[in-house]
Ligand binder design. Structure first.
Ligand SMILES: NC(=O)c1ccc[n+]([C@@H]2O[C@H](COP(=O)([O-])OP(=O)(O)OC[C@H]3O[C@@H](n4cnc5c(N)ncnc54)[C@H](O)[C@@H]3O)[C@@H](O)[C@H]2O)c1
Length: 217
């Protein structure tokens, strides 16, 4: 099945499956059933079987899924069977923390370059990376085959940085700034908004019980 036909909801669940399958593999578990996956990941086993059936018939009745085979297949579908190089722009508090966080390395995602516009940050060392000036973005993206960009600049600078990333050839952006990025349709933007998540949590904290009661009426 072609990747562009997989629904967004399925694509978002695949990394969840992968994380748990990697954990099973580390524990030398060789097979897993959709029931076990469902229980562990709090998902409906029928949904899991349906998701995985998108990619062919892997499951064997009574035995379940072969963990290594499934890991390979999902990595292939997510295109992380090859290293995906990532650039981060905005070497402030959040940018430095993300650049130091290397848990995505095992899934072949690697921040290979960090950029900032501030002379106070340029030349600063974050682990093995040296913060580069923005005028090196385009050439570095080309040389290192960078495919994904992470934006950790203030909200009022985010669109400008996104435009520069897109002009440099980056095809997908993860935006941490609390602003909506406009981009051509072929550019994929994912936003992660910590503040709105926190605000909506506060609402449920106060209203969760009442809401449930209302649902029953
Ligand atoms: N710190 C957090 O916990 C947190 C959490 C969620 C979201 N955010 C969001 O992430 C973004 C960064 O937050 P922060 O706390 O790291 O800010 P920060 O001020 O510490 O860092 C921002 C960095 O971006 C750089 N910058 C500004 N304009 C730029 C440009 N045009 N090109 C390149 N670099 C530029 C600055 O020089 C600075 O180093 C903000 O939009 C913030 O709302 C932060």
């Amino acid at each position: 099945m072609k990747a562009d036909k997989i629904s967004e909801a399925v694509v978002r669940r695949l990394p969840v499956y992968l994380r748990y399958l990697n954990e099973l593999h580390k524990r030398e578990v060789t097979t897993v059933s959709s029931q076990e996956l469902g229980q562990k990941l709090d998902l409906n086993p029928a949904q899991i079987r349906k998701d995985l059936a998108y990619f062919g018939d892997f499951g064997r009745k009574g035995i379940g899924y072969d963990v290594v085979y499934l890991i390979d297949k999902i990595r292939h579908i997510l295109k992380i069977d090859q290293q995906i190089n990532v650039a981060l722009v905005g070497a402030g508090n959040l940018g430095q923390a993300l650049s130091n966080y290397n848990a995505y390395l095992k899934d072949n995602m690697k921040i290979v370059a960090v950029f900032d516009s501030s002379p106070a940050k340029i030349g600063h060392q974050i682990n093995t990376l040296t913060v580069q000036p923005m005028d090196e973005l385009r050439e570095t993206v080309r040389q290192l085959h960078i495919r994904i960009g992470i934006i950790t600049v203030p909200d009022f600078e985010a669109q400008r940085v996104a435009d520069e990333m897109i002009e440099s050839g980056i095809g997908a952006i993860l935006n941490f700034a609390p602003t909506i990025i406009k981009a051509p349709p072929h550019i994929r933007i994912h936003a992660t908004d910590f503040t709105t998540d926190l605000l909506s949590l506060a609402y449920y904290l106060e209203n969760g019980k009442d809401d449930n009661e209302n649902d029953d009426q």
